[in-house]
Design a protein around this ligand. Structure first.
Ligand code: GTP
Ligand code: MG
Length: 385
């Protein structure tokens, strides 16, 4: 990072990454190999001023929450490519709140056809009757076109609202949204609800869950994490996308918000410190690792997995006495992750090639497509701690 960048960074809040610490190219892959069209699409919809653009800016562009006060209303669909070439690859489409997507001129087949998840943002501080009407219309239309869409409802701006009122809003919105859909004969649609705010970690946590549903390799990643923690005396492990701080997988023990926040904060500390002292081009590289001892005999341990991913673990101090075993198991884990990567890359390449073949030879009646399924060797060499 150069000195010239310093001025630009002044605009960013303290726990953000350096501005140039963003999604870049990954050595093993080029953008053309993973065609934009094949990436899952996440749509951000909801009424005007509900907070869609703020969410996108805060989670993926490191904007500080206060700066979102100055965001202008979105006037056309803004497409954002999130392509860090790890497992986090998708497009986010931020819609203007006033858009009438039930309008016949609106190309809903194209929009909902290739959509992986639809995030509907509802402002919890506002009267949400209109939002629920719009929600029902949107879901009905989208489901008709593409029944595989995952519907996610963000009950947003819950900062400054008491826990009781949060729960009450969630219960009320849940009830009314499901009733509305049942009236439309759509009770089979599964809706997920999240209480979110850009002023705390809830938005990152909610987005993590949305993104995870779009990662076909998720069960494999979770399995690897389960093997790692059970053999290493670790209590909780998250596989983080470092740039966005969303976790793309965790082990099967329940996630509590505090652990997630601790791990997020650790990533901030590591990146901030190493960007001050490192002369490296980036603050996060294959030497990155960190150990933080908390005053309750708990340890936070961070290790780099690849250019974009970090493993962050929480474990008891006693269990860290055998660090060698943990490190050895981590290396097995890292190797397994890189195998998953290679397979994913191979699948993407063969899909692209087949796509080209199909385009070249329009007379071919069928073409076998690689379904993306895979098996990998589990790190059976793990050592029990
Ligand atoms: N208190 C609070 N305010 C928020 C939150 N998220 C967004 N806002 C504020 O809500 C206002 C509207 O945010 P936008 O992101 O522009 O809303 P939008 O949904 O993109 O609006 P359109 O583009 O007009 O559809 C801004 O002033 C944000 O600062 C939140 O979590 N809490
Ligand atoms: Mg907007």
């Amino acid at each position: 990072m150069s000195y010239q960048d310093e001025e630009e960074q002044m605009d960013y809040h303290t726990d953000s990454f350096p501005k140039d610490f963003g999604y870049g190219h990954f050595d093993h892959e080029t953008d053309s190999q993973s065609g934009t069209e094949s990436k899952p699409r996440i749509l951000l919809m909801g009424l005007r001023r509900s907070g869609k653009s703020s969410i996108q800016k805060v989670v993926f562009h490191k904007m500080s929450p206060n700066e979102t006060l100055f965001l202008e209303s979105t006037s056309k669909i803004v497409k954002d490519d999130i392509n860090n070439s790890s497992f986090v690859q998708f497009q986010i489409w931020d819609f203007p709140g006033q858009i009438d997507f039930i309008d016949p001129t609106f190309d809903s087949d194209m929009i909902f056809g290739g959509c992986g998840a639809l995030v509907f943002v509802i402002d919890a501080k506002d009267d949400y009757n209109d939002a629920l009407t719009k929600f029902k219309n949107t879901v009905t239309k989208a489901y008709k076109i593409n029944p595989r869409i995952k519907f996610e409802v963000f009950i947003h701006k819950v900062d400054g609202i008491s826990d009781d009122s949060k729960m009450e809003s969630q219960r009320d919105i849940h009830q009314r949204a499901t009733d509305d859909l049942a009236d439309a004969g759509l009770n089979q649609i599964h809706l997920s609800f999240h209480l979110t705010s850009i002023y705390d970690h809830s938005i990152f946590e909610a987005f993590s869950k949305v993104v995870q549903k779009l990662i076909p390799q998720l069960p494999t990643l979770e399995n690897l994490l389960n093997i790692l923690i059970s053999n290493s005396g670790i209590e909780k492990a998250f596989l983080f996308d470092v740039v966005s701080k969303i976790y793309i997988a965790t082990d099967c023990t329940p996630v509590d918000m505090q652990s997630y926040e601790l791990c997020c904060d650790m990533i901030d500390v590591v990146i901030d410190l190493s960007s001050i002292y490192s002369s490296e081009e980036t603050a996060f590289d294959n030497q990155s690792s960190s150990l933080i001892k908390l005053n309750n005999s708990t340890i936070l341990y961070l290790r780099e997995v690849n250019k974009f991913l970090a493993l962050v673990c929480i474990l008891r101090e006693d269990n860290f006495s055998r660090q060698g075993i943990i490190d050895y198991n981590f290396l097995c884990f890292r190797e397994a992750i890189s195998q998953v990567f290679e397979l994913r890359l191979k699948n993407q390449k063969s899909e692209t090639l087949e796509q080209h073949d199909e385009d070249d030879d329009a007379f071919k009646p069928t073409s076998m497509r690689n379904g993306g399924s895979m098996t990998i060797d589990s790190p059976g060499t793990s050592v029990n701690a």
